[in-house]
Design a binder for this molecule. Structure first.
Ligand code: NGS
Length: 392
């Protein structure tokens, strides 16, 4: 081969390389543009980022999205006008699935007020618009106060119900709070929660499920009762299970249910705003009505402190679901101080054998008596007598 022929060959090889680069760049641009509104591609991005955070020990980095298991961004809130860029680096786009639920559980078509629950006022025919995907009045971090204030909450209806007055809510949410003997905590939580939920433009109702008597507390069973009793009132499509001692510190932590069960109290001051372990599902968590039924609710066998939330995490995984989370700089909570409760010595044993009981222990064998029910201004209160499940 002559020198000239070799040079020509060399040039041609470079030309092919340059062409390949151009083609790849065009494919990448097209992929990015088409993927921007495509949830699947966002999921891929999230999966990559989640892996990066996990492998780099950034799991609890305040800017890190924490999603364990296959990532989902089903209803991660996202809108550049509301979310600070620090939170938005991985959550930039409202997902298509963060829309009004459809089907039997769902909301109405646009412009048609929903007669069930999302309609602010069924007699008000002037309200025709669904609320925006991203609530416009969020403020971000909120100051939490432990001292009771004299707020009037004129927008809250008896029984602790609220809904937006100028648009049709996208979410019908029951907030279930297992309760006994913590009046100050309850007061502080209600004062914090109502303004946040109103700003989030959710159609919601707060249920306090109080366990009668002084026997061992059964948080899980109370939450099962809350689910059953709330559904007797209205067809809620989302359930938030909320400890009474956790005050939300940021209103961007939306009280809604994404496509996957969501652990909401990711960063708690007691744990220095770090997630203690990957499968934690305690504190505050959100599940759709369907998912909660699918996993047969919580187990009823956990009397005393601990383990029932871990059992729920196991149920979630056993059903092929996974726990999703908002970033730790948004999903922040302050824990109110209280005496440490007596831990259930059997909790690890129950956790180990839990799988055998998933289908027989939960909503399916729940027994209780409703002793009293009242609707004061800020919540719906139910006093219940729990019947321990018979050993199966
Ligand atoms: C774990 C408990 C969970 C509990 C979590 C955080 O150890 O039920 O601590 O608790 N699991 C077991 O005991 C098996 S906290 O300090 O927030 O009350 O939710």
């Amino acid at each position: 081969m002559t020198v000239a022929a070799a040079v020509a060959l060399w040039h041609r090889a470079h030309l092919y390389k340059a062409l390949a680069c151009v083609v790849l760049t065009l494919i990448a641009i097209q992929y990015l543009l088409s993927g921007v509104l495509d949830r699947r591609s966002i999921e891929t991005i999230f999966t990559i980022n989640a892996t990066r955070y996990a492998t780099n020990n950034y799991r609890n980095h305040p800017r890190g999205l924490i999603i364990y298991g296959p990532a989902t961004v089903a209803s991660l809130p996202g809108n550049a006008s509301v979310w600070p860029t620090s939170a938005l680096s991985e959550i930039a786009i409202p997902s298509k699935s963060d829309t009004i639920p459809t089907g039997t559980s769902g909301g109405s078509a646009v412009g048609v007020p929903n007669q069930d629950a999302s309609t602010p006022n069924t007699t008000d025919t002037t309200i025709q618009q669904r609320c925006p995907l991203i609530p416009p009045n969020l403020v971000g971090p909120v100051a939490v106060s432990l001292s009771p204030t004299e707020k009037k909450f004129t927008e809250v209806k008896p029984g602790g119900r609220g809904f937006p007055s100028n648009c049709i809510a996208r979410h019908r949410v029951a907030i279930i709070i297992p309760y006994r003997d913590r009046p100050n905590h309850l007061q502080a939580l209600l004062q914090t929660l109502h303004p946040i939920l109103l700003r989030q433009q959710i159609d919601y109702q707060i249920f306090i499920i109080e366990q009668e008597g002084t026997g061992l507390f059964n948080r899980a069973m109370l939450m099962n009762v809350g689910y059953v009793e709330a559904l007797k009132e209205r067809t809620f499509d989302c359930f938030i299970f909320h400890d009474v001692d956790l005050l939300p510190e940021d209103d961007r932590n939306l009280y809604t249910c994404p496509e996957q069960p969501r652990h909401m109290s990711v960063a708690v001051d007691k744990f220095k705003y770090r997630l203690p372990y990957a499968d934690l599902f305690g504190g505050v968590s959100a599940m759709t009505r369907e998912h909660f039924r699918l996993v047969n609710g919580f187990s009823n066998v956990f009397w005393g402190w601990g383990g029932e939330d871990d059992d729920m995490a196991n149920r979630i995984k056993a059903r092929g679901l996974h726990i999703s989370r908002y970033p730790a700089n948004v999903a922040r909570y302050k824990m109110l101080s209280h005496k440490k409760e007596k831990a259930n010595p059997k909790r690890y044993e129950f956790l180990k054998t839990g799988k055998k009981r998933f289908t027989t222990d939960g909503l399916s064998n729940l027994k209780y008596q409703l002793v009293d029910k009242q609707k004061p201004k800020l919540y719906t209160w139910l006093l219940v007598r729990l019947t321990p499940p018979q050993p199966s």
